[in-house]
Design a protein around this ligand. Structure first.
Ligand SMILES: Nc1nc2c(ncn2[C@@H]2O[C@H](COP(=O)(O)OP(=O)(O)OP(=O)(O)O)[C@@H](O)[C@H]2O)c(=O)[nH]1
Ligand SMILES: [Mg+2]
Length: 298
């Protein structure tokens, strides 16, 4: 048996969370077309006859513009130090940006003691194998990874090969979690994330980045029926109006989308009650950041 921790790192929006969900065959981490979707470390478990992999999804490494951003970079960078294998996820591009340069620096410091798997995601966007080769070369020239793998998290290609490589790089070890465990993340946190995901998907650019979601009450009123109350926190009064929408229409869309997702996860019916609150400039306020579930002391 082989087992251990595999961190997924990379710049925002390359598909780390989508890839982790595809690898475990279940949606745990939220995803969106907007950068900086993931804010915390999210662990999931994959088990088969070869052993067990604990995947660690991390926030996209970027140039932080506020304290929440610094926290996110901190979470991502810390994961380099406490895993057995690092997966650096990249997507096809013509040149390396400043985020990639920074990741290269972090990796070259780590890679001597920890193998690096370079994963080129979104291969469905590439035409020929020549395109693939060129896209990979950009990264392999600068970093000698132990393994390179081309995948499409969206279409599910290359995943089996990737799993085989990961198992071959992991140390021998026991199964840490029962076979049927997929995540240790509490359902409350999953619900918060699913509500935030709808906000990211439905609201226009600036607003969703300033949103946090806190579940205030999570009760099973009777078997198979939950009542969940949650606050959507935003940074400005004007944002509050847009989150609520005309006659409450936007809040209703966010609520319905999130409720359906939470019902699937819980396999139960849910009454989801959402409240919108303003906490001015919370993304630069350590007290607020911590109370919304982003613990700076991690
Ligand atoms: N075409 C294509 N799109 C993909 C693929 N994988 C992910 N995406 C899309 O890329 C976008 C970002 O995906 P995420 O999984 O949220 O990316 P992330 O790297 O976790 O982003 P952060 O959490 O912000 O760092 C979403 O719109 C996904 O649907 C893929 O294989 N092909
Ligand atoms: Mg993510």
């Amino acid at each position: 048996m082989r087992s251990g921790y595999v961190a997924l790192v990379g710049r925002p929006n390359v598909g780390k969370s989508t890839l982790m969900n595809s690898l475990i065959g279940q949606k745990i981490a939220i995803t969106s077309g907007k950068p900086q979707t993931t804010r915390n470390r999210i662990e999931t478990v994959y088990t088969d006859e070869r052993g067990q992999i604990i995947f660690v999804d991390t926030p996209g490494i970027h140039k932080a513009k506020n304290r929440l951003g610094q926290y996110m970079d901190d979470v991502a960078e810390k994961s380099f130090g406490d895993c057995d294998v690092i997966m650096w996820i990249v997507e096809p591009s013509k040149e390396l940006g400043s985020n990639e340069e920074h990741i290269l620096e972090l990796l070259s410091a780590r890679s001597r003691s920890c193998p690096v798997v370079l994963v080129l995601n979104k291969s469905d966007k590439l035409g020929s194998s020549e395109d693939q080769r060129r896209a990979l070369e950009l990264y392999t020239e600068r970093l000698g990874p132990e393994v390179t793998q081309v995948v499409s998290a969206k279409e599910g290609t290359g995943l089996e090969e990737l799993l085989s490589s990961l198992f071959s790089l992991l140390p021998e070890g026991p199964i840490y979690y029962d076979e049927d465990v997929v995540t240790m993340m509490p359902m409350r946190s999953i619900a918060e994330e699913l509500i935030r995901e709808q906000a990211l998907r439905l609201l226009s650019d600036e607003i969703p980045h300033g949103i946090a979601v806190v579940v205030e009450s999570f009760k099973e009123k009777r078997p198979g029926f939950f009542v969940i109350e949650a606050d959507i926190i935003c940074e400005r009064e004007s944002h509050k109006g847009m989150i609520i929408g005309k006659g409450g229409s936007m809040l209703k869309r966010i609520g319905t989308g999130a409720r359906l997702e939470i019902e699937t996860q819980l396999d139960a019916r849910v009454d989801l009650r959402l409240f919108v609150k303003v906490r001015k400039g919370w993304r630069d306020n350590e007290g607020f950041i911590r109370s919304f579930g982003y613990n700076l002391k991690r």
